[in-house]
Design a protein around this ligand. Structure first.
Ligand code: TYM
Length: 350
């Protein structure tokens, strides 16, 4: 395990010949197993092969009501969590979105060329707004802010869970539109979505995606900071079906068992055939649940311990985030200037 003194970030990154990765996560709600298996674990695993920017998207979090104190605490806590799961500041730039002004600025410019119909079609917007009487502008605009995040870094790949695919596709459309209107400016980014694990389902309802927004509902999610007993309780209570076959399946009736196998597969890194072979002798779903709980507990225990260590020194954490913001700004500010120049804004004389 790395010592705390190793959490330093180097100064300005040069564009390397590695593919550039950008991804983000909101500091709202508790980080759950879906976030980890669908996105974060892969970020950490591939970081040596890529040039990486990982962003704690606090401005996105403001699109739904947040208690200010909680948002404040969760932002730092998420930084510690990202380091605890293995994001290495020597290999990746980790920063807070609101620390780099270019994100909000460029969002405005992109707003002015994004048709409103593109945003009204976003399924996440439709889902989130349908239950609200009065919808804030930020919720509709959310994907434009996200497009700016991605495009500011000339990003090649955006590793996300399946629920963010449509937003990355919108970022591609916005990049292409801007390039068409103002000349070649943006790299058109590709979504990078795992074949298995990109949509982890809720334990209490395998038809519903596991989500931070429901993680307070008992039995819905395993949160990364849950104690082993809590993890075991949640997984043991997982909804399955009335059968006894332990195999991967696309049958919606068998989604609960499939979800448990997917979790086991992503955590252990085994092939699907090896996963099924592991359960060939299992007595039934009870045993499946116990073994899934065991691998999840083994995976999360060191993360919880490392998180506690990191949270014990928030000054060091803040220093690290400040360095991350500097590195992010060194890349995104020149890009923001290029965008401003292209659309005809006068840049201040320095
Ligand atoms: P957020 O904070 O909702 O989720 C962070 C990441 O976790 C993935 N995820 C899941 N993957 C598999 N199964 C699940 N049940 C599950 N739940 C969440 C998400 O797909 C995501 O990859 N809009 C983004 C944040 C963002 C961003 C960006 C991402 C802002 N700017 C630029 C990429 C690039 C979001 O709200 O993620």
């Amino acid at each position: 395990m790395r010592s705390q003194t190793s959490i330093s970030q180097n100064a300005t990154p040069k564009r390397s010949n590695k593919r550039r990765v950008f991804s983000g996560i909101q500091p709202s709600g508790d980080v759950q197993l879906g976030n980890y298996l669908g996105a974060m674990k892969g970020w950490a695993a591939r970081q040596a092969e890529k040039e990486n920017f990982f962003c704690i998207v606090d401005l996105h979090a403001l699109t739904v009501p947040q208690a200010p104190d909680e948002l404040h605490n969760q932002t730092r806590s998420l930084a510690a969590m990202l380091l605890a799961i293995g994001i290495d500041p020597h290999l990746s730039t980790l920063f807070i979105q609101s620390h780099v002004a270019a994100h909000a600025e460029v969002c405005w410019i992109l707003n002015c060329m994004t048709p409103i119909g593109w945003l009204e079609r976003m399924t996440q917007y439709k889902d989130k707004s349908s239950s609200q009487e009065s919808v804030v502008t930020g919720l509709l605009d959310y994907p434009v802010l996200m497009a700016g995040d991605i495009l500011l870094y000339d990003t090649d790949e955006v590793p996300v869970g399946d629920d963010q695919r449509q937003h990355v596709e919108l970022a591609r459309d916005i990049a292409q539109r801007f390039n068409h209107l103002y000349g070649e400016t943006f790299v058109v980014p590709e979504p990078f979505i795992a074949e298995v694990g990109a949509r982890i389902m809720g334990f209490n309802d395998p038809a519903l995606k596991m989500s931070k927004s429901y993680s307070h509902i008992r039995g819905h999610a395993v949160r990364l900071l849950d104690e082993p007993e809590e993890i075991e309780r949640t997984i043991k209570r997982a909804v399955t079906d009335s059968g006894n076959e332990i195999r991967f399946s696309n049958d919606p009736e068998r989604a609960g068992v499939n979800n448990l196998l997917v979790i086991y597969k992503v955590v252990t890194g085994k092939e699907a055939t090896a996963v099924e072979a592991d359960f060939a002798d299992a007595g039934g779903y009870g045993e499946l649940k116990s073994r899934v709980a065991e691998v999840v507990i083994d995976e999360l225990s060191p993360i919880r311990a490392r998180y506690a260590e990191l949270m014990a020194d928030v000054t060091e954490l803040d220093r690290l985030l400040a360095r991350g913001a500097e590195r992010a700004a060194a890349v995104s500010e020149p890009k923001a200037e290029e965008i401003k120049r292209k659309v005809g804004l006068v840049l201040p004389v320095s």
